[in-house]
Design a binder for this molecule. Sequence first.
Ligand code: ZN
Length: 446
Amino acid sequence: MRAALHQAGAVALSELLQFVAPAADQRQSPCPCGHHAQYQEVRSKPVLTMVGPVRLSRPYYLCSRCHVGQFPVDVELDIENTEFSPGVRRMQALVGQQVPFDRGREQMQILAGLEVTTKSVERTAEAIGDDIVQREQEEIQKALQLDLPVITGEPIPILYVQMDGTGVPVVIQKALQLDLPVITGEPIPILYVQMDGTGVPVVKKETVGRQGKTEGQPAHTREAKLGCVFTQTTWDQEGYAIRDSDSTTYTGAIETAVEFGKRIYREAWKRGWSRAKKKVVIGDGAEWIWNLVAEHFPGAIQIVDLYHARQHLWEVARQLYPHEDVKQKAWMKVHQKRLLDKGKIEKLVGVLRSIDTANPQMAEKICTEADYFERNAERMRYPKFRRQHLFVGSGVIEAACKTVIGSRLKQSGMFWTVRGANAILALRCSHLNDRFEDYWDERRAA
Ligand SMILES: [Zn+2]
């Protein structure tokens, strides 16, 4: 039945796609070089559409000055340099961001009766993802330009040293604050930004010269940085925060902290950062996150994920009582419940600093942890945050690292180029953010 319908559709569509030679007075088409392209002949090519393969015939023009040929009909139908209709490409991109490319090919065959190659799913998904990446970068650049009058004044000679997540320190100049036009609308009670990083397995050439996690070993992954933005209006009977349903959007890429800073800032602005009554950023203790917050989100309430903080405390317990579960738990009971969870960080740091040990290695580790709590003290006032009914955990972004990145980009046997991974990640975010259809609308409008 479907096959018959498709066949009938394909026949009808093929007839619609027979463009004839232009009239004698319309045999010129403007060329980007400034000259004019002359009509040559009608040429045809196969196009795979939602109803199956059809043949398209359309006029071909050639510029005598720059020798570049063109098919104006292809531009109009959005099938320039491709043998797949926009509908088929949309499907290839959709399955390609969801599942491995070969399974995507299989799904198109089963669900739509369309025969495509695995490679074509990969190429199309990455090409459309790339296009989304380009558009995002243009938006970010535009936002930067808006800010030009402000930044041409005094240069700000502050240098931050940041980690880009791979262990390689990079010195970056204080980036310029993006100044996107203020988005008008209802005020938002509480807006959250959460960020995290996760390793994506990459092909060898993408890790050349990069240090792996084990000393002397090359890296096999590159860190993708992922951010999410969501809102909260209410809390439950016990006072725990409730995330507004369908309020979460995602953005991410394998890129430097500086680039990611602009990306997450733009996403927060899109979501109404400027009209949020309460602004909250939650992250683990990673330095790049808090440097970025200082730069792009000054004035936000900063919270270190409670569960990460507890992990750091467990680290101390394990140092103090190696292989002694009962003693570790007893120590945690006191120091977690009475100090950390209560936000009494100065007291906790005091306890850690006063631990006396003859073991220099242990002393160093405990000192590192004490520094961590000291540095983040203001971000660990958990009772204060709870009284405001705020989230104190970064569960949303951690789950997102698994669902947005892990389930698609970190399956066994997968090795990505940075470009390919970023394209698929852009596609995934676009789809999850319900912006994929907007992308096709913009394409049609262009
Ligand atoms: Zn030309």
